[in-house]
Design a protein around this ligand. Sequence first.
Ligand code: ATP
Ligand code: MN
Length: 460
Amino acid sequence: MRVKEILQSPEAIGKSLEAKGWIRTKRGNKNIVFIALNDGSTIHSIQVVINAPDFPEDLIRQLTTGACIGIKGIVVQSPGKEQSVEIQADDITVYGSANPETYPLQKKGHSLEFLREIAHLRPRTNTFGAILRIRHALAFAIHKYFNDNGFYYLHTPIITGSDCEGAGEMFRVTTLSASNPPVLKDGKVDFSEDFFGKETSLTVSGQLEGELGALALSRVYTFGPTFRAENSNTPRHLAEFWMIEPEMAFYEIDDNMDLAEDFLKSLIRYALDHCRDDLEFLQKMYDGELIDRLTFILDNTFERITYTEAIDILVQSGEKFEFQVKWGVDLQTEHERYLVEKHYKKPVMVTDYPKDIKAFYMKQNDDGRTVRGMDVLFPKIGEIIGGSQREENYDKLKSRISELKLPEKDLWWYLETRLFGTAPHSGFGLGFERLVLFITGMGNIRDVIPFPRTPKNAEF
Ligand code: ATP
Ligand code: MN
């Protein structure tokens, strides 16, 4: 039985069963040995009690932190205060020992930085077990939310031939020789000889294809990996991250905001309802205010302001920012966090950004200078969601594309959706790791994905 099931089922008491897992700790003496056995099914380990003289000495010696074992025995009520039940071992199998001289995960107190260097083993710590279970629960909750609300999961391509999204620098995908690529007369690389017969990259967003889906199925979402070769070494950026992008026909900007708020709240509620043990562990170890902060999000309506109002607040704040604020500049994390943590003290949704700092596809407002973008800003994180109502008017979209000198020939299919049966529509992108960061209360995005990809780091 899995450890979680044993701990949760009172009817297991008195039964003989088998548990398998990894030794977290071992203590005791010549006669009696206590082992904390964990199999990753829960933050809690089960205590195994071993009457040492019943077993060969050589076997007892192999029972060290990190070893993988199977225990057959009777489940009994535990006399100890720490746990309700324990297993009295009748039979022990050692699947894999772990030399105490070299196994890097001895007892406790490793820094998160050190654990990043042993990402192949860190899932065996309580911290990463908790984070990975919460990450799983949230992925499941995302699919459930959309399924319950009539959205279809659309698989958008990971290799893309268009670099128009403009969300960030892209990673090139090629099979051409790096040392000796075919070249044209002018010396440039001849991509017509490449695998796809053109330049291709890893996607930065599934949005453009998501829109095609929405303009047929009404409500779709993507949930997949995205890649940005941005050289930003921050605690909130990864080169490879997972993004959730719902896209809805017949949604205007206000509907989009309603969805974003309801969606985020439902995910937080799901985590509070289903990951309580893990959240309590993380709260105890890292972030004393974690559960209060999560509950606070549920209990408050997100503030909705325009970019212009945000700039006014920031200018009048008298706060010294590293990046100066004036109408027209993009909001930096420090500005976003001021609005959320100091001014409103709750999540904020900012809309109607200057068109020059936002992507070409955002719906243009009548004022001629702003677009219907929408960012959701969270405490500790800053931007957690970026979205917009999309420009559905063919002529306006086309003229914006030429104004920005984007390659119209690569976007013909996108433009055609505005030519045939166009519809008002909206959508947004939620960075999955930013969500997990917020819900776990961790401080660095490298610690909420199993194997982080960041500048100069692609180990494991
Ligand atoms: P930022 O300004 O924080 O770099 P962005 O404006 O580039 O974000 P979008 O292009 O709007 O972000 O992407 C949508 C969402 O994807 C963001 O709101 C954020 O949650 C997430 N995101 C963006 N870039 C990254 C990244 N490099 N690593 C992890 N998540 C990211
Ligand atoms: Mn970015």
